[in-house]
Design a protein around this ligand. Sequence first.
Ligand code: ADP
Ligand code: MG
Length: 253
Amino acid sequence: MPTSIIYLEGVTVSFDGFKALNNLNFIMYPGELRVVIGPNGAGKTTLLDVISGKVRPSEGRVIFGELTELSSLAEHEMAKLGIGRKFQTPSVFKHLSVYENLELACHQKSKGVFATLFSKRGERDKIFSVLEYIGLAEKAWHKAGALSHGEKQWLEIGMVVIQDPRLMLIDEPVAGMTGKETEKTGELLTSLAGKHSVLVIEHDMNFVRQIAQTITVLHEGTVLCEGALEKVQSDPRVVEIYLGREHKSHANH
Ligand code: ADP
Ligand code: MG
C-alpha cells in the first residue's frame, strides 16, 4: 500500500454543536485527481478548511504525506509543507499585471533564505511556462482586473501551480464559466493529475463527468458513496439526495 497524500481519520468539525463534518474518513493517494460532490451544506468547503488548517477538527486526525499530523500546525506552515489552495471566488490583484500576480505567488512560496538564491532568469522561465500552461502568455502584461471571469480563475490556478504544491485544493473552479471555459478548466486540471494530487469540489455535473476518476459524495458531513462515475451515478441514495435535485433544479430554470 503506498503512503497516502492526505488521510482523515474519524474527523468531526463542530460549530456550536452542529457537526459540519461527522466522523469523516477520507483518503487520497499521490497523483490522484479526486472530485468531491454533495448538496449545499454537505461539508465540502469545511473539508478543505480542515485540510488547509483553517479550522481544527474537534475529533479525529488529519495526516499529510509521511505521517505529518496537521492538527498541530499553523496555516502558513501547511502551505510550506506543500498544500496549495484556490478559493471559490477569484482573489487576484486587479491592479497588477498577470505576470506580477504570478511573480508574487512565486515569492510567497520561496520566502526566506532561499528567495535570494533563486535567480531572476529561472523565475522568469518558470512564470512563462505557467503562463503557457494556463493559456495567458499573450496577456502577461495585461492588468489582471481586465481579464474575463474565466481567465481570472485560470490565473488563480496558475498562482497555485507555480508554488508546486504536493496537494492542490480547488473549490468550485467552474462556477460562472461558459461551457467552453469549463471544458478548458477540465483539461487544465486533468493535466495536473499525476504530477500533483488534486482535490476538486464541484457542483457542475457536466464538468464532473468530464474530469472524474474517483468521486466522493459527501452528505451531512460524512461519505455517502465513493467510486467511479458509473458507480456513483447509479447509487439510488446519491440520486435521491443529489442528482435528483440537479434534475429538478434544471427543470426549474
Ligand atoms: P458545502 O461547502 O458543502 O456547501 P460547508 O462546508 O460550507 O458546506 O458547510 C457545512 C455546514 O457547516 C453548513 O450547514 C454551514 O452552515 C456550516 N458551517 C460552515 N462553516 C461554519 C462556521 N464557520 N460557523 C458555523 N457554521 C458553519
Ligand atoms: Mg462550499
